[in-house]
Design a protein around this ligand. Structure first.
Ligand SMILES: [Ca+2]
Length: 576
């Protein structure tokens, strides 16, 4: 072939490839349980996400990192959280442990901010020709997201939650972002969406480039807040109580094939903090969440309102996602936009069946861009009665819904956010991409196990981006995930294992076997192909398998800067 012709062919191939680069929209919910979407068995009204599932795929065995910060670090970097420096939360725990790290520091897995041995999705996709945006919750260190690969950001980068009615809490970076005027009163879920749409519309005024939008909603994380009109729709639904809701969700999940027909509902899960339960008067003899029917009517009314507010937050988020989809459709961008929707951890049980009610923060003390940190561990519980019920969810209320409802939101799994059991690390994953998913496959389920670390690898794959070996002179760790593109065509995703550690809770999954343990407790072994609800611990019958998987977990822990590598759990208390 003549050089000129081959050059022409090469150029035209590049042009075709560049034109085919999909937009990437990653939507992350905060503290949403596995079964909280209509298309995953919920009674919550989520027509827009259900439509994405009907036109895309639902993954049934997808995993996150059990907690906000570690999950976000994995999603953004394609590494395990500790490799990226965020094994715990965003305070620096590094100096408490001996050892040396990437920056000459101590304990590099727990420094509380993205480190220098990782790159973000923005830092990988921008050089591949993408606009890169992040809206909503950052929470991988208290620093400006535009310093780590994002062209623009609107949201908050610190704290665990946000006062959804406080406009000052969310900021644009760089300062002076798109001028957005909401039609109604300020509400964070709406405002985050307004800014995301404005940023996308801004790209259409420029020469064509694909875009990455990381849309990380604060919903439905506590403080539970939602407009009363949204809450009212759900009061009667949740007056049925969490036992009936759990049973109803499981039946729907069986019918849609999300779980096996013979799946048994797990017993009510244990109360995460018994001391707080005693303080709140919610403790039970068996240390598990109480039967709904055992609660006095006044308590049921209070709890139904809490769950209705949670549902309203999900409902409102779904409506806003519908606005984003309508915008993409109108712009002709829906066909070649790869959408992911998932949650950063299982439903949140902090800390007892009745939940907490925090005092309103001083508005004058709001730090722009920071979330709220009101010290949830010491939160009192308030029983709302009579007229006070109607004010729950308003701007001056800061409540959680407690472990009974979290248990229902994770139907049918055991336990919650924080834990390595399925209720902690299982997330819905909807993938929607008309140009990349064959029409005959749309609406189907996928059972390939996967993890947040796979999003980086998948983005590199579909964007034909180059994952760098260095950044600003620092060596970058190789990606830990696998591309999910084969799974879109229902091919296997080859991987050896997936592993977790958070607050001493730990797990490893190899094929269908999962080894999991609570902090300081012995390993439990489950066969995921027959017992994903983790009801039949077969560790004592399989000592060799336990030994083998435990050794694999230890090797992973050592490789990934996990310090709690003692299976007896002894070191982790030092972090408290
Ligand atoms: Ca979370």
């Amino acid at each position: 072939m003549k050089p000129l012709v081959s050059l022409f062919l090469l150029l035209s191939a590049c042009t075709t490839l560049a034109a085919a680069q999909p937009n990437v929209l990653i939507i992350l919910a905060d503290d949403l349980g596995y079964s909280d979407l209509g298309c995953y068995g919920s009674e919550i009204h989520t027509p827009n996400l259900d439509a994405l599932a009907a036109g895309g795929l639902r993954f049934t065995q997808f995993y996150n990192g059990a907690r906000c910060c570690p999950s976000r670090a994995s999603l953004l970097t394609g590494l395990y959280p500790h490799q990226a420096g965020v094994g715990l939360m965003t305070s620096d725990k590094g100096a408490k442990f001996p050892g040396s790290g990437d920056e000459g520091d101590k304990s590099p897995g727990y420094r509380g901010r993205l480190n220098n041995q990782c790159v973000t999705l923005g830092e990988v996709l921008r050089p591949a020709g993408y606009h890169t945006f992040a809206c909503g919750k950052w929470h991988v260190g208290d620093f400006d997201p535009t310093t780590r690969g994002f062209d623009a950001f609107y949201g908050f980068f610190g704290g665990y939650g946000v006062n959804s009615y406080d406009e000052k809490m969310l900021i644009s970076l760089p300062p002076g972002g798109p001028a957005v005027k909401s039609s109604g009163p300020y509400f964070a879920t709406d405002a985050i969406t307004d800014h995301a749409i404005a940023l996308l519309q801004g790209t259409r005024q420029q020469p064509h480039k694909p875009w990455l939008m990381y849309l990380a909603y604060q919903a439905p994380h506590f403080p539970l807040q939602a407009p009363a009109t949204d809450i009212d729709k759900y009061i009667a639904v949740y007056e049925q109580g969490w036992d009936r809701i759990r049973a109803q969700r499981l039946e729907r999940m069986k019918k849609s094939g999300l779980v096996a027909e013979d799946t048994k509902l797990t017993p009510r899960s244990r109360i995460p903090n018994l001391k707080i339960a005693k303080d709140h008067g919610s403790a039970t003899a068996n240390e598990a969440n109480p039967a709904w029917d055992s609660l006095p009517p006044a308590r049921q009314k209070d709890l139904a309102r809490r769950m209705a507010t949670f549902a309203a937050m999900v409902d409102r988020m779904d409506a806003n996602i519908g606005r984003v989809m309508a915008d993409l459709k109108q712009a002709g961008e829906l066909e070649n936009t790869l959408v992911f929707f998932l949650s950063d951890n299982g439903a949140c049980a902090e800390w007892d069946p009745f939940g907490f009610d925090l005092k309103a923060p001083d508005p004058a003390a709001t730090r722009p861009g920071m979330g709220v940190n009101l010290g949830t561990q010491a939160g009192p519980n308030v029983l709302h009665e009579g007229a006070a019920l109607e004010h729950m969810g308003e701007a001056n209320t800061f409540m959680s819904y407690g472990s009974g409802w979290a248990n229902a939101c994770n139907t049918p799994w055991r336990l919650y956010k924080h834990y390595g059991h399925e209720g902690g690390i299982s997330t819905p994953l909807i993938v929607h991409w008309p140009a990349g998913i064959a029409a005959a496959e749309q609406g189907k389920l996928r059972s390939q196990p996967g993890h947040l670390i796979d999003l980086m690898t998948t983005c590199v794959d579909v964007a034909t981006a180059t994952y760098p070996q260095t950044r600003e002179g620092h060596a970058i760790l190789p990606m830990e995930g696998r591309s999910l593109v084969p799974a879109l065509a229902n091919q296997p995703v080859n991987r050896e294992s997936l592993a977790w550690e958070h607050e001493g809770n730990r797990a490893i999954r190899v094929g269908d076997w999962k080894l999991v343990a609570l902090k300081g407790r012995p390993w439990e072994l489950y066969d995921m192909s027959r017992d994903r609800t983790e009801l039949h611990n077969v560790a004592s019958e399989n000592p060799d398998r336990v030994k083998d998987l435990s050794a694999q977990w230890q090797t992973w822990a050592k490789r990934c800067n996990v310090l709690r590598a003692d299976a007896s759990g002894s070191p982790e208390n030092k972090l408290k």
